[in-house]
Write a protein that binds this ligand. Structure first.
Ligand code: MRU
Length: 359
């Protein structure tokens, strides 16, 4: 098995979409990539929440990191009570920006709990000290994510042979995590960096086109051989044996192994199951929701115009009724394994998820 040091030396991130600048947060606007490179500057938690809502930043881990910095920006007021109250309000605003990715509330809860504890225990004397502590915590969220991805990459590498092609969905690369590496794309990027002959099939991922705009751009930037396909081609690609595994990210994974990810993932999982192709979800443990069941999780539905138009060009009668869920849920029976930074979880998930996540 490749060591963490070897992985760190082999892979050098190129596309890093989140930059913390002490009093502001810079985000590479993913709604415009790859056609325009525009950085958005944010100085308050409300602006951060809007950027998450309108998907200038997207992808579960990247949303979590962004929200952590949003919490840093919310440390305001004349005394510690005011600062904590401001952080509580910011948490509510940030958490409501998007409903499905659990990393968002995981990150804001982590930040608020850390702040409450530091104030209770007299660890910080004033608002400035609290803000510095929060800044260090947000930086840790970011650094821990990259380390987790390198570890997922190492575990995932064991599932890839030279000559393999991997089918993915959406963008679960470094743009979606903020680090430049990614979750689902980590094994293939590491494999490529280590000199293996590997490639990716990227479905375009209607309606927001994370596949064609972001995954393709990101993999081409990293020099990984990539083939763009329509979402409707995944069945044929698997039927013809053109891919040897499916690797996707996740926005939320339940303790019983249900995997929430970009719409279209469920279809890939069912076809992979039928065709005997292994289907892996890759996610850090911060993506696990150990409390809720399927009936409790809200699947985000977005603006119907995302479907009626493609980047401003009409592709349907303007008045057509639209259903636009942007995530789906894959039942555990279709999941071969879940790759985390703590190791690979195999069925039965009901029993094994806890062992790895709560380690
Ligand atoms: O709507 P998005 O673009 O935020 O959805 C992103 C995904 O579905 C990703 O696959 C998921 O967040 C994992 S990112 C490493």
């Amino acid at each position: 098995m490749v060591t963490l040091e070897e992985a760190k030396n082999a892979f050098k991130p190129k596309l890093k979409p989140i930059e913390w600048k002490k009093d502001s947060l810079l985000l590479l606007d993913q709604s415009l990539l790859p056609f325009q490179t525009v950085w958005v500057k944010l100085t308050d938690p409300e602006g951060v929440a809007s950027s998450i809502k309108n998907m200038q930043v997207r992808g579960a881990p990247a949303i979590g990191i962004t929200a952590s910095y949003g919490m840093v920006l919310s440390v305001r007021g004349d005394n510690l009570d005011e600062a904590i109250s401001s952080m509580r309000k910011a948490k509510a605003v940030l958490d409501s920006a998007r409903p499905t990715a659990v990393n968002l509330s995981w990150a804001t809860s982590r930040m608020l709990e850390k702040a409450n504890l530091a104030v209770e225990q007299g660890e910080v004397k004033d608002v400035n000290e609290l803000r510095e502590l929060m800044e260090r915590e947000a930086n840790s969220v970011f650094e821990e994510e990259l380390e987790a991805e390198l570890k997922m990459g190492i575990y995932g590498l064991e599932k890839i042979n030279s000559g393999d092609a991997v089918l993915t969905q959406c963008n679960a690369g470094g743009l979606a995590t903020g680090t430049g590496l990614g979750t689902a794309l980590a094994p293939v990027k590491l494999a490529h960096a280590l000199g293996m002959d590997v490639s990716v099939f990227a479905p375009e991922t209607r309606p927001w086109l994370q596949g064609s705009r972001l995954t393709v751009y990101e993999l081409m930037t990293d020099g990984v051989k990539t083939t763009l396909i329509t979402d409707t081609a995944v069945g044929l690609v698997m039927y013809k044996g053109m891919v040897q595994s499916v690797m996707v990210g996740a926005d939320r994974i339940l303790s019983d192994g249900h995997v929430y990810n970009k719409i279209g993932t469920f279809k890939e999982a069912v076809i992979a199951h039928e065709m005997g192709i292994p289907f892996f979800a890759l996610a850090p443990t911060s993506t696990f929701d150990m409390k809720n069941r399927v009936e409790d999780v809200k699947i985000e539905e977005r603006d119907p115009n995302e479907v009626r138009y493609i980047r401003g060009v009409p592709v349907a009668p303007a008045e057509v009724e639209v259903y636009n869920p942007v995530f789906d849920v894959t039942p555990p029976k279709y999941v071969t394994g879940i790759i985390t930074e703590n190791g690979i979880i195999y069925p039965p998930f009901e029993k094994n998820v806890r062992k790895i996540v709560e380690r």
